[in-house]
Design a protein around this ligand. Structure first.
Ligand code: GP9
Ligand code: MN
Length: 648
C-alpha cells in the first residue's frame, strides 16, 4: 500500500482513476445523455480518459511536490468544469458554454437559486481532491517524484491517441459529430465534458475572432446588395394576411417527388396530394427548393425566418447562436403584436435551439419537456408526429392571438423506422432500407398532418390563419442513387439529383384561392413573402430572398454548395443544363452572370453571419432583441404555466 502512492506514476494513475470515477458517476446521477446500446455505453465508459490523461499528464514534466501540486491544480480545473456543468444542467437541462459567460443572461438567472440546487451527495465530486491532498501530506516520498521527459511525453501522446480513437469510434456511430455538432448533449455523450469544454472554447474563440474586426462599413456591401435586389410587393397579396395567425408546419425530410408518387399502385401521401392539387385553398409551389447545408433542419429554420443562407460548414444555429438577428418572430411581434411559439418533440438543446430562439425573439418554446416522452411515444429522433400534433393542439389554442406558430415534425427522419401498428403502407421493395422505410414514414406523416388540419378546422383556427407547409430538406441522399433510380424509373444523374432537391411549399391564405404556382424559389424567399402578406414592406431588412408573389421576384435559386437552378438553366458542379430538358449546354454570358450573382449572394450572406453584421444594422422601427428576457421552461416548471417571455 505504502509503495503504491510513493512513485510519481502511481500517484498520477490514482488521480486519473479518481477523476474518471466521479465523471463516470456523474453521467448516471446528473445528466440525461440518451445513451443507447452497448457501443454507446462503451464510449461513455471510455470518453473521460483522454482529457484526464492529457490534463493531469502535464504535471509529469515537473518534479517533486510541484508535480503533485500541478496534478491537484488540474484536478481542481476539471472539478470546476464538471461541477459547474452539473449545476448548470440541474437548472437548464443543458451544458455550460463559453457563450454563457459572454452573454451572462443564463448565469445571472441562476445566481439566486444556486444554493437550492446543490445536493448533499455533491461531496463525491470533491472526494478525489481530498484523497490526493491526504496522500500528499501522508507520503513524504512525493518530494522525490521524478520521471523522464520521454516518459511524460509518452503519457501525453497516449492521451491524445486515445482521444483520436475515441473520436473515430464516436464518428462511426454519429458521422460528422464535430463538423456539424448537432447537440451539446451528443458531444458530452461521445467525448465527455472536458473534451466538450475544450472544443467549445476553440469554437467560441474562432467565432469571436471573426466578429472582432468587423465594423458597420462591412454591412454596407450586404445592405447595397439586398436593397438593389429588392422586389416590390404584389398589390394583390400585400397585406392580405394582416392580423391572421400564421401556422407554419415543418414536414421533416419531405421531398416533392413523394407528391403524387404511387408505390405499388397506391398513393404514398394522399392527403398532401389533395393539398397539392389546390384543395383546401392551398397554393402549392412545385418549383421550390431547399437551400440547406450541413445544418439541415437548423439551416432551413434559419433561412425561413431570417432570409439568410446557412453557412458553408457546420450549422449557424450552433456556431452563430449569439449573433444579433432581425428575425421574423421579433419583427412580427414588434410591428403587429404577434406572439411567437415553436413546438417540437425533441429536446431543446438540439441544434442549440434554446439559445438561438432567444436571439430570434421566439416567445415560447414547447420542446420535449412539454410532451409525454414515454418510450412507446418515440421513434427515430423523438416524439411520434400523431402524438406530437394532438398534444400540441391545446398549447397552440392557449396562445395569445395573433400568433406565429411553428410546428416541427420528426417521424419522417432517417433511419425512417416505423412500428408495425403505425404503418398503413407496405415498405418499398428496392432492398435499400432507408428508401424503403421512407415511404412508410412519409405516409405516417401525411396521416398525422391530415389529423392536425382537421383539428385546426374543428377549433376554428383554420379559416382565420395563414397555414404554411414545407419540407425542410432531402431525406434521401445521393448515397441511395441506385434505389432512387428504381423508385423514379430513371438514372439519378447530377441534373436529376438537382431536380430531387425540390421540397414542397404550400400556403393557405384566407380569402385566396388555391392552385399550383410554378414560380421558382427557395427558403430565403419565405420571410419576404410572409412580411408582404402581413403588409410589412421588406425593403429595409437585410433579406437575401424576394417575395414569391412579387412580379419582380428573382427566380434564381442558389443552393448552399453554389449550384443553382432557374426556369431556364440548371448548374451542377459548373456544368450547365437546360432546366426543361436536362440537356447539357455550353456556358454563356447569361449563365456566367447568374453564377457570379449566386456566388456574391452566398458570400455576402456568410459575411453577415460570420461577422455578426446585423448588430450594426439600426432600424428606426425595430428594437434589438434582448435574449435575457426569454426563458423556456417545461410542463412542470413555473414558466410552463405562465408566459415564457418576461412582461407578457
Ligand atoms: C432534431 C430535428 C432533426 O431536433 O430537427 O434535425 P435534422 O437531423 O433533420 O437536421
Ligand atoms: Mn430535418
Amino acid at each position: 500500500m505504502k509503495k503504491i502512492f510513493s512513485n510519481k506514476m502511481s500517484f498520477f494513475l490514482l488521480a486519473v482513476v479518481l477523476v474518471w470515477a466521479k465523471t463516470y458517476a456523474s453521467y448516471f446521477m446528473e445528466f440525461n445523455l440518451g445513451v443507447k446500446g452497448g457501443f454507446q455505453q462503451f464510449l461513455l465508459f471510455l470518453n473521460p480518459f483522454s482529457a484526464i490523461i492529457v490534463f493531469l499528464g502535464l504535471a509529469l514534466f515537473a518534479k517533486g511536490r510541484i508535480s503533485a501540486a500541478i496534478i491537484l491544480i488540474m484536478d481542481a480545473v476539471m472539478t470546476l468544469i464538471l461541477y459547474a456543468n452539473i449545476l448548470f444542467y440541474r437548472f437548464f437541462d443543458d451544458f455550460l458554454t463559453f457563450s454563457n459567460f459572454i452573454q451572462r443572461d443564463n448565469l445571472s438567472n441562476m445566481q439566486d437559486g444556486v444554493f437550492d440546487i446543490m445536493n448533499f451527495h455533491d461531496v463525491i465530486y470533491f472526494l478525489d481532491f481530498l484523497i490526493l491532498i491526504a496522500i500528499m501530506i501522508w507520503r513524504p516520498e512525493i518530494k522525490a517524484f521524478k520521471m523522464s521527459k520521454k516518459m511524460a511525453s509518452l503519457v501525453i501522446v497516449s492521451g491524445l491517441a486515445l482521444f483520436m480513437i475515441n473520436l473515430g469510434l464516436a464518428e462511426k456511430d454519429r458521422p460528422d459529430l464535430l463538423s456539424r455538432t448537432f447537440d451539446r448533449n451528443y458531444i458530452v455523450k461521445y467525448l465527455g465534458p472536458y473534451n466538450f469544454t475544450v472544443y467549445n472554447g476553440i469554437e467560441t474563440a474562432k467565432s469571436e475572432s471573426q466578429r472582432a474586426y468587423a465594423t458597420s462599413d462591412d454591412l454596407t456591401t450586404a445592405k447595397n446588395y439586398t436593397s438593389a435586389h429588392y422586389a416590390e410587393p404584389n398589390p394583390e397579396y400585400f397585406g392580405v394576411g394582416k392580423g391572421k395567425n400564421i401556422i407554419k408546419i415543418h414536414l421533416e425530410s419531405f421531398q416533392s417527388f413523394l407528391i403524387d408518387y404511387k408505390l405499388n399502385g397506391e398513393e404514398v401521401t394522399p392527403f398532401l396530394n389533395k393539398l397539392a392539387r389546390g384543395e383546401e385553398n392551398m397554393t402549392y409551389f412545385d418549383n421550390f427548393f431547399h437551400q440547406t447545408g450541413q445544418g439541415k433542419t437548423a439551416d432551413s429554420e434559419l433561412s425561413l425566418d431570417n432570409s439568410l443562407f446557412g453557412l458553408p460548414e457546420g450549422a449557424a444555429f450552433m456556431t452563430r447562436g449569439q449573433n444579433t438577428y432581425q428575425s421574423l418572430p421579433a419583427i412580427l411581434n414588434q410591428k403587429e403584436g404577434y406572439t411567437s411559439a415553436v413546438f417540437h418533440g425533441d429536446y431543446k438543446s438540439f441544434w442549440n435551439r434554446d439559445q438561438i430562439y432567444k436571439q430570434f425573439g421566439v416567445d415560447k418554446f414547447y420542446d420535449a419537456g412539454y410532451y409525454n416522452m414515454k418510450n412507446e411515444n418515440l421513434i427515430n429522433l423523438g416524439l411520434k408526429d400523431k402524438e406530437f400534433f394532438s398534444e400540441s393542439m391545446p398549447m397552440l389554442q392557449s396562445l395569445k392571438q395573433p400568433f406565429y406558430a411553428h410546428l416541427l415534425t420528426l417521424t419522417n427522419h432517417y433511419p425512417f423506422i416505423l412500428n408495425e401498428q403505425d404503418a398503413s403502407l407496405d415498405r418499398g421493395t428496392t432492398g435499400d432500407s432507408t428508401v424503403d422505410g421512407y415511404f412508410q414514414t412519409a405516409r405516417y406523416l401525411d396521416e398525422a398532418l391530415e389529423q392536425f388540419i382537421n383539428d385546426l378546422k374543428a377549433s376554428g383556427l383554420y379559416d382565420d390563419s395563414i397555414i404554411m407547409i414545407y419540407g425542410d430538406h432531402n431525406g434521401i441522399s445521393e448515397n441511395h442513387n441506385r434505389a432512387m433510380a428504381e423508385v423514379q424509373g430513371k438514372e439519378i444523374t447530377p441534373y436529376q439529383n438537382m431536380q430531387n432537391q425540390r421540397v414542397p411549399l404550400m400556403l393557405h391564405i384566407p380569402g385566396k384561392e388555391g392552385g399550383v404556382n410554378h414560380t421558382y424559389g427557395g427558403m430565403i424567399d419565405v420571410m419576404p413573402t410572409l412580411l408582404h402578406l402581413q403588409g410589412i414592406d421588406q425593403r429595409n431588412y437585410i433579406n437575401f430572398g424576394t417575395d414569391l408573389f412579387s412580379k419582380e421576384h428573382d427566380q434564381t435559386v442558389a443552393l448552399r454548395n453554389g449550384d443553382f437552378i432557374t426556369p431556364k438553366y440548371t448548374s451542377v458542379d459548373n456544368t450547365i443544363y437546360d432546366t426543361a430538358s436536362g440537356n447539357t449546354l455550353e456556358p454563356n454570358e447569361q449563365t456566367k452572370n447568374i453564377k457570379e450573382r449566386v456566388e456574391q449572394q452566398l458570400k455576402l450572406s456568410d459575411q453577415v453571419l460570420y461577422q455578426d453584421l446585423l448588430r450594426f444594422h439600426d432600424l428606426e422601427d425595430f428594437k434589438k432583441v434582448n435574449p435575457s428576457l426569454y426563458h423556456y421552461g417545461n410542463k412542470n416548471s413555473e414558466e410552463g404555466s405562465k408566459s415564457q417571455k418576461e412582461g407578457q
